[in-house]
Ligand binder design. Structure first.
Ligand code: BGC
Length: 269
């Protein structure tokens, strides 16, 4: 396989499980050295298992603990990675969580936890990445761009989601964060894009697909008639990180089996 990301250093946040783990494996298979970030001690073993799998396929990388909602921890992670590997070429701003609640019962803690990780975490990591990209500039042997940021958004950056107001708000915010910095830094050859996954089989949404009845109901929202897998997102991330997408910045690439096509309207309206 052609290694489109050979020699590039990629930080993937929230990579001990789910989409982050899948994206880490895909980027490593494409030749990147991956930093598999995990948030807390309790996720360490899972992150190490991801790294084991990467290394067993001749991939390169390390695990790194850092809570992306904490400014000091994010700054230390970037400083340590740059000290060890020389630079960062790719940031996948993936860490995200849900704290679902009917709106009238939503606590400030549930609100702040989701906005802190999903949105502030993306701001803090993107800012450190941009600082490094600006300092280093383009290295033509590695990439046509000075750096690439991929924000993990969701179909819920455009589809409202009752019972998940904090989560949908964070994803709507990511859309404007992504577009604003894509616009600000395109002249510096920095590309910033999002992936908007639909329903992907991961721990975050297991109740939505783990029984046949739940999966059947979920499929009503997916015209392509299958629930996504992390490999669907990994392939999109490799494309957005590679020079194959060199003329692409400021977009959300929905990888959702048509969920954003509002399938309810195919027989109604
Ligand atoms: C959420 C999942 C959900 C999917 C589609 C994702 O962003 O994290 O829980 O299944 O959107 O609604």
């Amino acid at each position: 396989m052609e290694k489109k990301l050979q020699g590039q250093i990629a930080i993937i946040t929230g990579a001990s499980s789910g989409i982050g783990a899948g994206v880490s494996k895909a980027l490593a298979a494409a030749g990147a050295t991956v930093v598999v970030n995990y948030p807390v001690e309790a996720a360490k073993a899972a992150a190490e298992a991801v790294m084991e799998e990467i290394k067993s396929s001749a991939g390169l990388g390390i695990t790194y603990q850092c809570d992306v909602s904490k400014e000091g921890e994010v700054q230390k992670m970037f400083a340590d990675v740059i000290a060890q590997f020389g630079t960062v070429d790719i940031l996948v701003n993936n860490a995200g969580l849900q704290r679902d609640s009917p709106f009238q019962d939503m606590t400030l803690e549930q609100w702040n936890t989701v906005l802190g990780v999903n949105l502030t975490g993306q701001f803090l990591c993107a800012r450190e990445a941009i600082r490094e990209f600006l300092k280093r500039g383009v290295v033509p042997e590695k990439s046509k761009a000075a750096g690439k940021i991929i924000c993990m958004s969701s179909v819920h950056e455009v589809i409202p989601w009752g019972g998940h107001a904090n989560y949908a708000t964070s994803k709507g915010g990511i859309m404007q964060l992504m577009k604003s910095i894509a616009q600000e830094f395109a002249p510096y050859k920095i590309r910033v894009n999002s992936i908007g996954p639909g329903a992907i089989k991961t721990p975050i949404n297991h109740t939505a697909w783990e029984t046949p009845a739940a999966e059947k109901k979920l499929l009503e929202l997916i015209p392509y008639n299958r629930v996504g897998v992390v490999e669907d997102i990994g392939a999109a991330a490799v494309w957005l990180a590679s020079d194959d997408s060199d003329y692409v910045t400021g977009i959300t690439l929905f990888v959702d089996g048509g969920m954003t096509l509002y399938p309810g309207f195919s027989t109604n309206g």
